[in-house]
Design a protein around this ligand. Structure first.
Ligand SMILES: C[S@@+](CC[C@H](N)C(=O)[O-])C[C@H]1O[C@@H](n2cnc3c(N)ncnc32)[C@H](O)[C@@H]1O
Length: 291
């Protein structure tokens, strides 16, 4: 597989994180290490980065690609960043970066079951060692639970209709592949507009399988605990549910004088970046400084 690692809004990340020589940084979603590579250039020989990811495969590729003793890689969830830092004898950090969602590698990698265009088994686990997968959600959750996650995490107004079709089909035989599920949804809703009718359902399943919103809330709280005074938090999100959580978190903590909000409106990729990397187009970057 060719490894592509075009870090989203890298110029803006460096501007917001403002890495300093000798500093300690947490790249809590290191993925293929695109952002870390740029941070390494700024932190001198005594700086270091703790790179966290749930995805073992991403960590192995990054370790091989970057080979840098200043980079300490750790498999885990970013909600555990505080204990990860402590386990390496560190109490605090000068900056925390969260670049949410899935990497291109996860989307394109055969067998991960994220994409509705594929004939892969429904999976969507970022951490391949966890039990819950998209297959178990689609084939095992009750009608009520499925409607709830489609409405809450997909903001899918056709949730009831889609879930009824899913239940109808899975009563005949289990729904095994991404393409099968996408086809059931297409048949149930018909095709309108540019986006595939399964887009919102797939988003909802991914959020449920990886507990993404819960992780985000815990990760933001943990960031605030580990940041030093003057330390920077930089978060890139790719859908409105996440952006809402981040916006609210920064606003509430700014009100309580725990952080300074670094920008009112989120930063977004410019036209050149969107042209070069179309999947960056939904990116929104927010930042805060610990007071
Ligand atoms: C958009 S990619 C990051 C790309 C990275 N910034 C780069 O430049 O290569 C997001 C990464 O976050 C990881 N991830 C998502 N949620 C996580 C969580 N709760 N804990 C740890 N890693 C997570 C995914 O496995 C994925 O590798």
């Amino acid at each position: 597989m060719t490894i592509t690692h075009l870090p989203v809004m890298s110029k803006e990340v460096i501007e917001v994180l403002a890495p300093v020589a000798g500093g300690t940084y947490v790249d809590a979603t290191i993925g293929l290490g695109g952002h870390s590579e740029m941070i390494l250039e700024k932190i001198g020989q005594s700086g270091r980065i703790f790179g966290i990811d749930r995805d073992e495969k991403a960590l192995a590729l990054t370790a091989e690609r970057l080979q840098d003793s200043r980079l300490i890689l750790q498999k885990g969830s970013f909600s555990d960043m505080e204990s990860i830092l402590h386990s390496h004898g560190n109490d605090d950090a000068d900056g925390v970066l969260l670049d949410l969602g899935v990497s291109m590698m996860q989307l394109k990698d055969l067998g991960r079951g994220f994409s509705f265009h594929s004939n892969e088994k429904l999976d969507m686990r970022m951490d391949s060692s966890q039990d819950l997968s998209a297959w178990s959600v689609v084939n095992g959750y009750s009608e009520r639970e499925l409607v709830r996650i489609l409405k809450e995490y997909g903001e899918e107004f056709r949730a009831v209709k889609i879930v009824r079709s899913i239940i109808h089909e899975r009563n005949k035989k289990s729904i095994d592949t991404c393409a099968e599920l996408a086809e059931i949804i297409s048949r149930s809703t018909g095709r309108h507009g540019k986006a595939h009718p399964a887009t919102k359902t797939f988003q909802a399943l991914r959020i449920e399988v990886n507990r993404e919103l819960d992780e985000l809330r815990k990760g933001l709280d943990a960031s605030l605990r580990i940041l030093r005074k003057g330390g920077r938090l930089c978060v890139i999100s790719y859908h409105s549910l996440e952006d809402r959580v981040i916006k609210h978190f920064i606003k509430e903590n700014a009100k309580a004088d725990r952080v300074k909000q670094l920008m009112k409106k989120p930063m977004t990729p410019d036209a050149d970046e969107i042209r070069a990397n179309p999947s960056s187009r939904s990116g929104k970057l927010r930042g805060a400084e610990k007071l």
